[in-house]
Design a protein around this ligand. Structure first.
Ligand code: SF4
Length: 417
């Protein structure tokens, strides 16, 4: 099998992994001659759901000794198999990079022989790129749970970001669909990365020249809709990982049906809007001070699909409103639908000099149609009388409009809700 044929198989096999984005890459490694993400002015591109599209995203191999039912690469699958050598991945990365096709490498793998052996192979690629090729671009390596801590430390030395995929939100889900995977082992692997990141940071703070360790932090992926587990459990697991393991990102990936799937798996993907709502809720937990239990209040423990989670929370908690734009705390302002974190910062600085009126909010380009029924401003706001009305949802919902082909929803990029 030639390299092109392997690439076709192994790039296709990697497409199910959403846990890559180079958002955490700040600077180029000093002394690197090739792969500078700053000096050459290369920009990172994101799809509307936040995924980075300019990485070479491949598996080292799609052979795997595990039998995770949701995965096309499981041992019992009859998918075509391939395996790159370390040299082939290094050469592909360099060739693609020099042609400006990619900005970095995302490398994952099925588990071959055992976790340590697989991890060694992934490390060999990253090390060869850094040491032999002087490659300074972005590298995201998948970490195999159960791999020795020494190997994880070695991986973090060469990679910008590491990720361990939790895949399913609960231990029960893992037992059903991925019996070889154990949540405590996955969390332990994350803990190992977190400890090393913390250690490196504190050594550097103390003035020691500690070698870099995964400067873009760690991330994970959760598959959504492969089981009946509701959004509340998914968000609780995400929150637990953000707090406990200081993850940079949790990526939510809607389950894609695979050929010859187990009967316990659904025959179709969940609606993509569910993935989008989870990203919005994730943003609320990380930057707006919301707790998972507050965001998902519905009796079926799932996020509403027809309105964003912040607006849904506001409708269910009308007693919290109206919020006075000129007096409320930062935490209160962050809860107003239609006013994002950036605008909260602007409001706080402007109101030190003047009292804000409705027209000022519109000039700040807050989503006035959504915010107007929830705020007190310096002038009289006639929309406030709608706060107790039963049709508040329709009055404050964004109007339907024809989407443009190139009209990227700004909230998808900025995360503001
Ligand atoms: S360990 Fe990874 S590659 Fe292997 S079957 Fe499970 S999800 Fe797929």
């Amino acid at each position: 099998m030639n390299v092109q044929e392997k690439l076709a198989i192994l790039a296709d096999a990697a497409k199910y992994d959403a846990s890559c984005a180079s958002s955490g890459s700040k600077s180029t490694r000093s002394g690197s001659k090739i792969g500078s993400t700053e000096g050459m002015g290369i920009c990172h591109s994101y799809t509307p759901d936040g995924r980075c599209v300019s990485l070479l995203k491949i598996l080292l191999t799609n052979y795997c000794i595990y039998d995770c039912q949701y995965c096309v690469n499981r041992i019992s699958s009859d998918t075509p198999r391939a395996r790159f050598t370390v040299d082939e991945v290094v050469s592909l990365t360099m060739e693609f990079y020099k042609r400006n096709y990619i900005e970095g490498l995302f490398l994952s793998s099925g588990i071959i022989q055992n976790s340590d052996y697989t991890m060694e192979q992934l490390i060999a690629v990253a090390k060869q790129l850094r040491v032999n090729e002087h490659y300074g671009g972005y590298i995201h390596l998948k970490t195999i749970p159960n791999a020795a801590q020494a190997l994880i430390e070695e991986a973090g030395r060469w990679a910008d970001r590491l990720s361990v995929n939790i895949e399913l939100p609960t231990e029960h889900d893992l037992q059903r669909l991925a019996p070889e995977k154990k949540k405590p082992q996955i969390v332990d692997a994350m803990q190992g990365i977190r400890s090393k990141i913390d250690e490196t940071k504190s050594e550097r703070k103390a003035g020691f020249k500690a070698p870099r360790f995964a400067p873009a932090g760690q991330s994970t992926q959760m598959i959504v809709g492969a089981t009946e587990t509701p959004d509340l459990e998914i968000l609780k697991t995400a929150s637990e990982l953000y707090i406990g393991q200081k993850l940079r990102r949790v990526y939510y990936s809607a389950y894609s049906p695979i050929p010859h799937a187990d009967a316990r798996l659904p025959g179709q993907s969940p609606p993509l809007v569910r993935e989008h709502r989870l990203y919005q809720a994730d943003w609320l937990m990380r930057f707006y001070g919301f707790d998972a239990n507050e965001i998902v209040a519905d009796s079926d423990q799932n996020l509403s699909l027809d309105m964003d989670p912040k607006f849904a929370w506001a409708l269910a908690n009308r007693h919290f409103f109206p919020v006075d734009i000129n007096k409320a705390s930062r935490e209160e302002l962050l809860r107003i639908p239609g006013i994002g974190a950036r605008n909260v910062g602007r409001i706080l600085s402007i109101r030190r000099y003047k009292a804000l009126r409705s027209s000022d909010l519109r000039k700040l380009r807050v989503a006035w149609n959504r915010a107007k029924c929830f705020v007190i401003t310096a002038d009289s706001n006639p929309n406030l009388e709608n706060l107790d009305k039963t049709d508040l949802k329709s009055k404050a919902s964004p109007k339907s409009r024809q989407l443009m082909l190139f009209d990227t929803a700004s909230s998808a990029l900025s995360g503001e809700v």
